[in-house]
Ligand binder design. Structure first.
Ligand code: ACK
Length: 221
């Protein structure tokens, strides 16, 4: 009996290949290392941490967890709404196990998470669930954002924060952009331009998107 008929996975998604995982982790570490030394970051530190600290070591602040991936559908072993329908989609069956090139277009940091924005191509959007951005209870403006807006790679979470928060943090920043808030341009860095969106939210738009090889698969955990 095929595994898919016995149970559904924890989630489907694109899993970065090992070599590129190291590269993305290094890029993220370098960014965090630079960010917490910037005067602009120190100026906004009270937005970032409630504790009356003068400094924060971002590399220590965030904990990495597991294999780097971009979740398409969280199935919760079949308990999540639409899990079975997603697993049965022709595109999902057809493309399961295939290789893809994901384009990482930005890195973002909030007091809760650090992540990379994934800009999905038309092909990749065929694997994107229609309801992924329908999280109005968490991010009210999210449902008005284009499909694929939530696509991200979680690079780290602050203590006690669940990884699904990374997608919410990204949607929040994109909703601000959609409302016409460009963010306060803080600095041109080697990797791209860094903007501040208030409440400890930072977005680095990459000058050169990072192209990452990934396999569309699932995790049973
Ligand atoms: O970092 P992520 O995208 O956020 O990857 C993990 C993965 O599934 C395993 O936990 C994501 N995740 C967890 N709960 C949900 C949810 N309710 N909706 C969407 N993604 C979720 C989490």
């Amino acid at each position: 009996v095929p595994l898919e008929e016995t149970s559904l996975p924890l989630f489907f998604g694109w899993f970065l290949l090992p070599g590129i995982q190291d590269k993305v982790r290094c890029t993220s570490m370098d960014f965090l290392k630079t960010l917490d030394t910037l005067e602009a970051f120190k100026k906004h530190l009270p937005d970032f941490t409630v504790e009356a600290e003068k400094e924060v070591d971002l590399e220590q602040y965030f904990q990495a967890n597991g294999v780097l991936h971009c979740t398409t559908k969280f199935c919760d072993y079949g308990k999540a709404e639409g899990a079975k329908e997603y697993a049965d989609k022709p595109a999902v069956k057809e493309l399961y196990g295939s290789a893809f090139e994901l384009s990482l277009s930005a890195l973002f940091v909030t007091p809760r998470t650090v992540g990379a924005r994934v800009s999905l191509s038309g092909d990749q959007l065929t694997l994107w669930p229609a309801d992924a951005e329908e999280v109005v209870s968490v991010v009210p403006a999210a449902a008005t954002l284009p499909a694929g807006s939530r696509a991200h790679i979680t690079l780290g979470c602050a203590e006690g924060v669940e990884p699904q928060q990374t997608g919410f943090d990204l949607l929040e920043i994109l909703a601000l952009q959609q409302e016409g808030q460009e963010g306060e341009l803080v600095e041109e860095m080697e990797l791209g331009s860094l903007a501040y969106y208030g409440k400890g939210r930072w977005l680095l738009s990459l000058r050169e998107p990072i192209s990452t090889q990934a396999c569309f698969s699932s995790l049973y955990g």
